[in-house]
Design a protein around this ligand. Structure first.
Ligand SMILES: [Zn+2]
Length: 486
């Protein structure tokens, strides 16, 4: 089914009036078509590909409210300010907004004066907001999940609210008039096949249309090197940075502590560099982002906390000083290079396959296992104390960590959400061993490891892993480390 011609006339008029464009970029038109018909969708589109128009335009044309769930305040503020500047009926809610202003927005929602509401997952499920949204008279068209990879990467311990989002639609629909329809669309910059499945599952997407743009970028050179010892890792990094002739770049690293140590070491060598991780205050983070954007800092040594919503076109190089956990993280992070279309170099430093020569590699593995063990012990401990069916808000008073515990149980297939607040345990823990949990984690990281070891074209591996099977056939990029050797 397609939209009628007269509808398209309206759509094109809106596109020109609001954004000043006369044509869509693929796959904007197809996504808009899908969303205006109220169908579920999963959209995999690189940053800078014009994704926000895909959901903003349908939201503005429809009657009723579209809810955009977004992980970062800065991301939401950018988009909302842009739309407000164009005098469109859009608002945002998150926990940093003063009470009075929040109340104003809630009043507007109640009077149905808003078309687009940007909200963080935690605020969406906070009682005053949720109680209002389930009111029968408030028409809700769609739920948009922006940066949906957060479901996969931040699922359990960092932002546990993400694991409850899948139960939202059913509950909303029960409260609304009978013929009410709510579509869900998830947007993400990268998602391999496994991540796609997790997103579909956790959001309970119904027969979603999938729109994906090939991740291949002809201006991104991929290179992987073995760092035999910690010293060797330092050397290879320095050599690489020297070759980049003072151009702007990022060094990705796994932990806060490592990011600070490496940044201090580079500072001593007179590089304009600082460390960036989730332990900094929002203010400190914004300051670093600003300095980097304005080239006051040549590079930032950062954890995966850096990057979301930061758009610097002239990043000439990306180093993974340590290997990221997921292949989709890797792709997303190298994707911050060369957004201006000009050449960008990437380098990933991997440990030698046995891992024995580099004690820091073993320490990292050890630390990772300890974290898993800690999670497992905690869940086991609390499992005995929580009822088979329960309400997260009630239990939170006695067990403050309950959100994380339930989120982990959900991840390990031991729990379902009846609605975003009430859960039911579906089986006991006797069948779940520490070994199985390690296995689940290892499976997730499997593709990343295979990618490092592949002997073929790196881009070909990535195309396959992200579901572009046809495009990957006989593909040789000609500019990755393996293609160049040949
Ligand atoms: Zn290649």
């Amino acid at each position: 089914m397609n939209l009628k011609d007269e509808q398209w006339i309206n759509i094109y008029q809106a596109l020109e009036k609001i954004w000043g464009y006369q044509e869509f970029r693929p796959p904007q038109k197809e996504v808009i078509n899908c969303l205006l018909q109220g169908k579920d969708a999963l959209i995999i589109m690189p940053t800078g590909g014009g994704k926000s128009i895909c959901f903003q335009l349908p939201a503005l044309l429809k009657k009723g409210l579209t809810i955009v769930i977004s992980p970062l305040v800065a991301l939401m503020e950018n988009q909302v300010n842009e739309l407000k500047y164009k005098q469109l009926s859009v608002e945002l809610l998150h926990n940093e907004i003063p009470r009075q202003q929040r109340q104003k927005t809630l009043d507007k929602i109640n009077k149905q004066q808003i078309k687009l509401l940007y909200v963080s997952p935690e605020t969406l499920l906070s009682p005053p907001v949720w109680q209002l949204l389930i009111q029968p008279h408030i028409k809700i068209n769609g739920l948009i999940l922006d940066e949906a990879h957060c479901l996969v990467q931040w699922g359990e311990t960092f932002r546990p609210t993400y694991s409850r989002l899948g139960a939202i639609r059913e509950v909303l629909l029960k409260q609304k008039p009978a013929n009410h329809k709510i579509a869900i669309a998830a947007f993400t910059a990268t998602a391999d096949r496994k991540s796609q499945a997790i997103i579909k599952d956790s959001l309970q997407l119904k027969d979603p249309q999938i729109f994906a743009i090939s991740p291949y970028r002809k201006n991104l050179n991929l290179k992987i090197k073995i760092a035999w010892t910690p010293r060797c890792r330092h050397h290879q990094l320095l050599n690489f940075i020297k070759q980049q002739q003072k151009s702007s770049g990022l060094v990705y690293i796994r932990s806060r502590k490592d990011s600070e140590q490496l940044s201090q070491w580079l500072q001593k060598l007179n590089y304009k560099v600082t460390a960036y991780h989730a332990g900094l205050t929002p203010r400190e983070r914004r300051e670093i982002e600003k300095k980097w954007l304005e080239n006051e800092l040549q590079l930032v040594v950062c954890t995966s906390a850096f990057g979301l919503g930061i758009n610097k076109p002239d990043v000439r190089w990306i180093v993974h000083y340590q290997v990221p956990f997921l292949l989709s993280e890797y792709l997303q992070e190298i994707g911050r290079g060369g957004r201006d279309g000009k050449l960008a170099n990437t380098l990933t430093l991997m440990s030698e396959p046995t891992g024995w020569l580099d004690p820091s590699h073993q320490q990292r593995n050890q630390y990772f296992l300890q974290q898993l063990q800690k999670n497992y012990q905690q869940v086991k401990h609390y499992f005995k104390q929580i009822p088979k069916q329960g309400n997260i808000i009630e239990i939170k008073q006695e067990i403050p960590k309950i959100e994380i515990i339930l989120s982990l149980l959900y991840r390990w297939n031991k729990l379902t959400w009846i609605d975003p607040f009430n859960y039911e345990l579906t089986s006991d823990l006797s069948s779940l061993t520490m070994n199985q949990i390690i296995k689940i984690a290892q499976q997730e990281s499997q593709q990343m490891k295979q990618y490092l070891m592949t002997r073929g074209c790196r881009w070909q591996y990535l195309l396959n892993a992200f579901g572009f099977i046809k495009e990957a056939k006989n593909f040789h990029c000609g500019h990755c480390d393996h293609c160049r050797k040949k």
